[in-house]
Structures are given as C-alpha cells and as structure tokens.
Design a protein around this ligand. Structure first.
Ligand code: CP
Ligand code: NVA
Length: 309
C-alpha cells in the first residue's frame, strides 16, 4: 500500500485497509513515544506548511509538534496574513506553496477551497477541518474507539446533536468504512442530507449500518459510544440562537446517559461548550474519553503525515 503523495481531504477514497494501516502505525508511534523511543525521521529535510483560516488549539499544536517529532520543519501560516487576505486566489497560492514545501495542512471555511488548493499544489494536502469534513479527527476517534472497545467492526456509535457538522460527517464516513454502525440523532433540520446518507450507504464497509433517529433517548439505547460536537460550528455564528433552541433537547447529560448501556463511553472532539451540548458532569465523568481523543490527534496525524508526505 502506497499513500505517498495522495491528498487526504476525507476518508472516502481510502480503502478500509489503508485506513487500518494509518491506525496501526499511529498505535506504534503512540507506544514508541510512551516508551520514550523515537520514530524514524520520516519528515527529515521536509518543510510542511500549516495554513489556517480559522482558530484552532488541538489541530494546530498537534500538527506542529508532530512535524517536529518526525524531524521536519513546520511553518504556521495565517490565511489573513498571506496575500490570500488581499485577494490572491487559492489556486495561485496552492501553486506557489506547493513549490516551496513538501506538504500542506489546511483548515478552511469552504471545503471547495481545499479541493482547489489540492488541485493546484504539487505538494499533497491534508484537511485540518473544513465546513464539511474533519477526517483527522475521525481517524483519531476511531483509534480511541479501538483502544476502548477493542474493535470498530460492529460497534454502535451514536452521534447526538448537529448531524450536518463536519465532525459528524467524517465520523459517520470513517466508522462505516471500518465496519462500525452509526446512528445520527438530530432534529429533522439538522439530520444529514438525503444525498449524504445515500453516499454513506454506498461506502459502508462489511455490514456497517446507518440509522437516523430523531429521539435522542431512543437513539442511545444499545450505544457503545455516544458522541457530540458543538451546536454552533465555526462559520455558523449567525444561526447561533436558532441552533441553541432547536438542539436544546439533544444535550448529552446524565439523564440521557441513563438511557444508554452502562458501558457506553462519551466522546467529543472539543472544544466543548459546557452546559450546551454536554454537561460538565458527563465530560468530566468516568465514561468520558475526550482527553484520549485529543491526545490521539498527535499520533494519528504523525502516522498520516509519515505515509503521505
Ligand atoms: N478538535 C479540534 O479540531 O480542535 P481545534 O479546533 O482546537 O483544533
Ligand atoms: N464542528 C466544529 C468542530 C471544531 C473542532 C466546528 O467546525 O467548529
């Protein structure tokens, strides 16, 4: 399997075996780091551009540290500080960036900008979050599920909240590709679109099933994993009041957790808005896996970069 030079804009397009390779290498890198053993300097002599159009804590820092640990040189670029902020096109920028650096990590508002960047740059591009997908998060979440549950095949993952969010879309895609089951519980307006559900049905791996269940108490019955994300994603601030009101009944709190099996774990990509989509009692409680998810970003992204860049 050779992933060198491929763009990683979403998990679709990568086979289940390729995704498993990324997860296996991430696990190896994680245990090597825990044993204070180095990993091969996969990025020695390479420069990696990290282009950000939106704020970030976890993604920015874990990519920066990851490039450093792999022996490369990370260059943080704020979109607004480049000529992009003064109207230079994304495609001209991609063409230029790609002739200086060996890889690009980019967080953008519009997923279509990421596609233009990838098409115009000679260097491969990794999606660090767009309005539609967050694949590095999804694979880190799959690693966390594997560690906590011992498998992904047949595991029941229930996403509660904004079913059209980038995090939900990538989670659904990756879990299905790896043979797990996904349930999305949202008000009708925030359920995944019919078009996306059709696409998901087309990519589901061995036996993976997708269910849409409006009632969150019904949805979490039988769940192995309950996942939520903010109600107001970056770029959707003008809809904040409407979203908070529609998504209010979808809070992950101890009442909802009582409807789930006792061994169900809780996941959140972070940042969390405590008291909105999730309560402090749950996120800080014994069933929370959120800190492991955040840690796994580092290992999974190092694995992806080592294979692609
Ligand atoms: N989960 C995640 O991508 O966090 P940041 O926005 O802090 O990078
Ligand atoms: N859905 C959230 C994820 C943040 C990591 C957002 O796009 O703001």
């Amino acid at each position: 399997m050779d992933l060198i030079g491929r763009d990683f804009l979403r998990t679709k397009g990568f086979s289940a075996d390729e995704l498993k390779l990324i997860l296996d290498r991430a696990s190896e890198m994680k245990s090597a780091l825990r044993r204070r053993m180095g990993t091969p300097p996969y990025l020695e002599g390479k420069s990696i551009a990290m282009l950000f159009q939106k704020p970030s804590t976890r993604t920015r820092i874990s990519f920066d540290v990851g490039v450093y640990q792999l022996g490369g040189h990370p260059i943080y670029l704020n979109w607004a500080d480049l000529q992009l902020g003064r109207g230079e096109t994304v495609s001209d920028t991609g063409r230029i960036l790609g002739c200086y650096v060996d890889g690009i990590v980019a967080r953008v508002f519009k997923h279509s900008d990421l596609e233009v960047l990838a098409d115009s740059s000679p260097a491969p591009v990794i999606n660090a979050l767009s309005d539609e997908f967050h694949p590095c998060q999804a694979l880190s979440d799959c690693l966390t599920i594997l560690e906590r549950k011992g498998r992904i095949e047949g595991v029941s993952v229930v996403f509660v909240g904004d079913g059209r969010s980038n995090v939900c879309q990538s989670l659904a895609e990756a879990v299905l590709q790896l043979g797990g089951n996904i349930t999305v519980s949202s008000p009708a307006k925030y359920m995944p679109t019919e078009e996306f559900v059709k696409e998901l049905r087309g990519i589901a791996g061995k036996g993976g099933k997708i269910r849409l269940v409006e009632d969150p108490f019904e949805a979490v019955k039988g769940a192995d994993v309950i996942y939520t994300d903010v109600w107001v994603s970056m770029g959707f601030e003008s809809e904040a009041a409407e979203r908070r009101s529609a998504l209010g009944p979808y809070q992950v709190n101890s009442g909802l957790m009582r409807s789930a099996p006792p061994d169900a774990i809780v996941m959140h990509c972070l940042p969390a808005h405590r008291g909105e989509e999730i309560t402090s009692e749950v996120i800080d409680g014994p069933r929370s896996a959120v800190w492991e998810q955040a840690e796994n970003r580092l290992h999974v992204q190092k694995s992806i970069m080592s294979l692609i860049f």
